[in-house]
Design a protein around this ligand. Structure first.
Ligand SMILES: NC(=O)c1ccc[n+]([C@@H]2O[C@H](COP(=O)([O-])OP(=O)(O)OC[C@H]3O[C@@H](n4cnc5c(N)ncnc54)[C@H](O)[C@@H]3O)[C@@H](O)[C@H]2O)c1
Length: 272
């Protein structure tokens, strides 16, 4: 972990879905560095070596509950876990996601539904189950709670052979704005914003690029990374910690007047 920590999330409790690897793990690490107690969830079994390795690196500041974000009872279990362990939730990061790719007429209805189940149902269910806990006023957090939904630049612009993923990320973008407006209208102390990463070097990206290589759409993963870097104004991919920085900003009181907004973190990709 870096030396960025200002401990501005001291006394705050955060929940991060898909927190065992990639962007989710970087967010967990940054929140712990900033003093938060973090509950992370993922598909890995409780007590599995990968989970234990993550928790031991975080020096007791984090705990784990297994939850498939597309399964409603897993969310009620996660909510019960957080409530009994901490009695509050200040920050929710709906990060877990996956991607289905392929020509639109070749996609099966099952693939389409799985895409929506993980990315869209997962974001909806996390929000639904945690709002009652997050809406409780906390004397040491007068600016209220923060929900951060991880969308994508694929939720803002179209990509070829990526229709299901783009549609799911677009749904997260608009869902975010609706819940933001609803929380404000109901005078509930919860801000809701989305993050739109560009290309980030994670297992998700490597797997997706490998699939393109297997389908003859590129020479190698490194060659594809080179192409994407060259097409990005900043000339490189993002490190997961750079998305975690945006999540920290939205989690902290520095963003106290932001709700319903979309934070684009893409090295200039969508600015062209
Ligand atoms: N990597 C990128 O370039 C990029 C760009 C834009 C947006 N995103 C988004 O960022 C988020 C994180 O992506 P990443 O690149 O870190 O991916 P990743 O695959 O490296 O990590 C995602 C994590 O989510 C978990 N997960 C997947 N399905 C789940 C389910 N049903 N229930 C619970 N957990 C589940 C995985 O096990 C994994 O640990 C995703 O929502 C993704 O769409 C990624």
């Amino acid at each position: 972990m870096s030396e960025l920590g200002s401990r501005r999330l001291e006394n705050r409790v955060a929940f991060v879905s898909g927190g065992v690897r990639g962007i989710g793990l970087a967010v967990v690490e940054r929140f712990v560095l900033e003093g938060a107690a973090v509950v992370l969830s993922d598909l890995d079994a409780e007590g599995s070596p990968v989970v234990e390795a993550v928790l031991s690196r975080l020096d007791g500041a984090a705990s784990y509950v297994r939850a498939d974000v597309s399964v409603e009872k897993d969310w009620s279990g996660a909510r019960d876990f957080v409530e009994s362990k901490h009695g509050r939730l200040d920050i929710l990061v709906n990060n877990a996601g996956m991607g289905v790719a392929g020509k639109v007429e070749a996609l099966t209805l099952d693939e389409w539904r799985r895409q929506m189940a993980v990315n869209v149902d997962g974001t909806f269910l996390g929000t639904k189950y945690f709002i009652p806990l997050m809406a409780r006023p906390q004397a040491d957090a007068p600016r209220g709670a923060s929900i951060i939904n991880v969308s994508s630049i694929a939720g803002m612009v179209g990509y070829s052979e990526t229709s299901a993923y783009c549609a799911s990320k677009g749904a997260i973008r608009t869902f975010t704005k609706c819940v933001a407006v609803e929380m404000a209208a109901r005078k509930l102390p919860i801000r809701v914003n989305s993050i739109h990463p560009g290309y980030v070097r994670t297992p998700f990206l490597d797997t997706g690029f490998q699939r393109w290589v297997d389908q003859g759409m590129g020479e190698s993963v490194d060659a594809l990374i080179g192409n994407v870097s060259a097409a990005t104004p900043m000339g490189r991919l993002a490190d997961p910690s750079e998305i975690a920085g945006a999540a920290f900003f939205l989690a902290s009181d520095d963003s106290s007047y932001m709700t319903g907004s979309e934070l684009v973190v893409d090295g200039g990709w969508t600015a062209q």
